[in-house]
Design a protein around this ligand. Structure first.
Ligand code: PA5
Length: 462
C-alpha cells in the first residue's frame, strides 16, 4: 500500500506557530472524521449526491467492455487521439504519462508492443492543433471524443474539425474512427453519436468530470495503449477498503484532509503544493490541481454564508523545481503546505560512472541517479522543516497501475473529506459557468443573446 507521513506538519518538528499538535487534533476530530466517513459511504449510492465515483473501482462491466473494445481495435490504428478538456482529459493524461514507457510516442511500434501512440488534444491553440493535425494520419487514428456535458465548446469544436476531415478522407467509413465517451442520455454529443452510430461509452450519472478518471473517461484511452486497467481497479478497491476505516489513525485520506484543512484554517497555509519526485508523475500534479481547486474553491458554504473558501493548489516537480520554487518555499511567506510524492523503487537504475574522481564532482561517481533523486527529496523536506515549513510525504513503493489507482483514489477521498470539513459542496463548479456562458454568447450560441449584449458593453470597459 502507499503510505502517508504527516510528521513534518507537527509542532514538535516545525514549532507551535506553524505546526499542528497532531495527537491532540486527531483526538479532537476523531468523531467528526468517523461521522464523515460513515456519511460519505452511506450517501454514495443515493442519486444526486455526486458520489458515484466511489463505486467506479467495482465497475467490472465497464472494464469488460473497455477491454473488449480495445482488443477489437488493437491492430487497426497507429494512433489514439483523445479530444477532451479538464476532467475529461487530465486523468487519462496523468495516468498514461505515468504508466507508459517514457517517450512512448517516439518509440518504434515494436518497442510499443504494437500498441498505438497516444495524443491528448486538451486545448484549443490553433497552432498546436494544426501542428498535430499536420503530423497525424487521421485514417490510421482512433479519435476518442470525451465530454460529460456533450457540449463543451473546446471539445466540440475539435470534434467538428476532425469529423469533417475524417469524413472527407474516409467517406462513410469515418465512423469507425470515432468513439464517444459521454452521458448516457443528455447532450449534443450523445445525440450525434446515436444518429451517426458511433461506438459509445457512458460516463455514469453522479460522477463529476474531475472525479471521472476511473470511468471509461480514463480507462478507455489507457486500455487502447495496452495499460493493464484491472491492476488499477485492484488498487482502487484495496484503497477503498482501507479508507472505509473510520479511525483517523488508520485512514490516510482523512489524515491528509484534516491536516490540510487545519493548516489552512488555523495556520494560514492557504497554498497547497503537490510535488512528486518523478517525471513520470508530473501530470498527477495537474490532475490534483484541478481536483483541489474546483472542488474546494467556493464562494458560499452549505449554510449559504459567503466564505471564499479554498487553498490555492500549485504544481511543482522534484528535483527540477528545487531550482525554481524552493527558494520561495523556504524563505518566502510561510503560507504553504507541500505534499511530496516519493517513489521507493524506480523501474530502472542509472549509475553515475566513477570518473572525474579528483574533481569537485568526483563524489557523485559510483552512486545512482535513483539515490540522487531520493536524497534530494529527503534533503528538501528536512531543509523545509528547518525553515519551519509544513510538508507531508506520500510514498509509492513503485510506479504501477496498482499504486496509482490507490494514489488517485486516496486523493479523491481526501478531497471529499476536506469538502465536508470546510462545510462546502465539493462536487459543483458554479464559478466555471459564468465564463463558459460568456464564451457561448461571444460565439453566437442561440439563447445567449442577452449575455452577448451585456458582454459587448463590458468588453469595452474591462
Ligand atoms: O471537473 C469538471 O467538471 C470540469 O473540469 C469538466 O471536466 C470540464 O469542464 C469538461 O467538461 P465536459 O466533460 O462536460 O466536456
Amino acid at each position: 500500500m502507499i503510505k502517508l507521513s504527516c510528521r513534518n506538519t507537527d509542532a514538535m518538528i516545525i514549532g507551535e506557530n506553524d505546526g499542528l499538535n497532531l495527537d491532540e487534533e486527531f483526538n479532537n476530530y476523531r468523531e467528526r472524521i468517523a461521522e464523515i466517513i460513515v456519511d460519505l459511504n452511506k450517501r454514495k449510492d443515493k442519486p444526486g449526491q455526486w458520489l458515484q465515483w466511489m463505486n467506479l473501482g467495482y465497475n467490472e462491466e465497464t472494464v469488460w467492455y473497455v477491454k473488449e473494445f480495445a482488443s477489437m481495435v488493437a491492430d487497426r490504428f497507429e494512433n489514439v487521439l483523445v479530444l477532451g478538456i479538464g476532467g475529461s482529459a487530465l486523468g487519462g493524461l496523468a495516468l498514461s504519462h505515468a504508466l507508459l514507457k517514457p517517450y512512448w510516442n517516439i518509440l518504434t511500434p515494436e518497442q510499443r508492443n504494437n500498441f498505438p501512440r497516444l495524443f491528448f488534444m486538451d486545448n484549443i491553440d490553433p497552432d498546436y492543433m494544426n501542428g498535430l493535425l499536420d503530423t497525424l494520419d487521421l485514417k490510421k487514428t482512433l479519435v476518442n471524443v470525451i465530454t460529460k456535458s456533450g457540449s463543451t465548446a473546446e471539445t466540440m469544436s475539435q470534434y467538428m474539425i476532425i469529423k469533417d476531415r475524417l469524413e472527407r478522407e474516409l467517406g462513410d467509413d469515418y465512423r469507425k474512427n470515432i468513439v464517444a465517451t459521454t452521458d448516457k442520455k443528455l447532450g449534443v454529443l450523445r445525440q450525434l453519436a446515436d444518429q451517426e452510430g458511433y461506438k459509445t461509452f457512458v460516463i455514469p450519472d453522479d460522477v463529476g468530470g474531475r472525479f471521472s478518471v476511473f470511468s471509461a473517461v480514463g480507462l478507455l484511452p489507457l486500455a487502447l495503449v495496452g495499460v493493464d486497467i484491472e491492476e488499477i481497479m485492484n488498487g482502487i478497491k484495496d484503497m477503498d477498503l482501507a479508507l472505509k476505516n473510520t479511525d483517523i489513525h488508520q485512514n490516510i485520506a482523512a489524515q491528509a484532509a484534516l491536516v490540510q484543512y487545519l493548516l489552512d484554517t488555523k495556520k494560514g497555509k492557504n497554498i497547497s503544493v503537490m510535488m512528486p519526485y518523478s517525471s513520470r508523475l508530473k501530470y498527477i500534479s495537474d490532475w490534483y490541481v484541478q481536483l483541489w481547486a474546483e472542488s474546494l474553491g467556493k464562494e458560499v458554504n452549505n449554510n449559504n454564508e459567503t466564505v471564499y473558501n479554498g487553498q490555492t493548489p500549485v504544481k511543482a516537480l522534484g528535483a527540477t523545481d528545487q531550482h525554481s520554487q524552493i527558494q520561495l518555499y523556504n524563505e518566502g511567506p510561510n503560507n504553504k503546505v507541500i505534499t511530496f510524492i516519493r517513489v521507493e523503487n524506480f523501474d530502472t537504475t542509472l549509475e553515475i560512472p566513477k570518473i572525474l574522481e579528483y574533481t569537485g564532482i568526483g563524489y557523485l561517481g559510483g552512486k545512482t541517479i535513483n539515490d540522487l533523486i531520493n536524497a534530494e527529496a529527503d534533503s528538501t523536506r528536512v531543509a523545509l522543516a528547518d525553515y519551519r515549513r509544513p510538508t507531508m510525504t506520500i510514498t509509492l513503493p513503485q510506479i504501477n497501475g496498482y499504486h496509482l489507482g490507490q494514489l488517485l483514489y486516496m486523493l479523491e477521498v481526501q478531497t471529499a473529506i476536506a469538502g465536508e470539513l470546510y462545510n462546502i459542496n465539493a462536487f459543483d463548479q458554479p464559478g466555471v459557468e459564468q465564463a463558459k456562458n460568456y464564451t457561448y454568447a461571444l460565439m453566437g450560441r442561440a439563447g445567449f443573446e442577452d449575455s452577448a449584449r451585456t458582454l459587448q458593453e463590458k468588453l469595452v470597459t474591462v
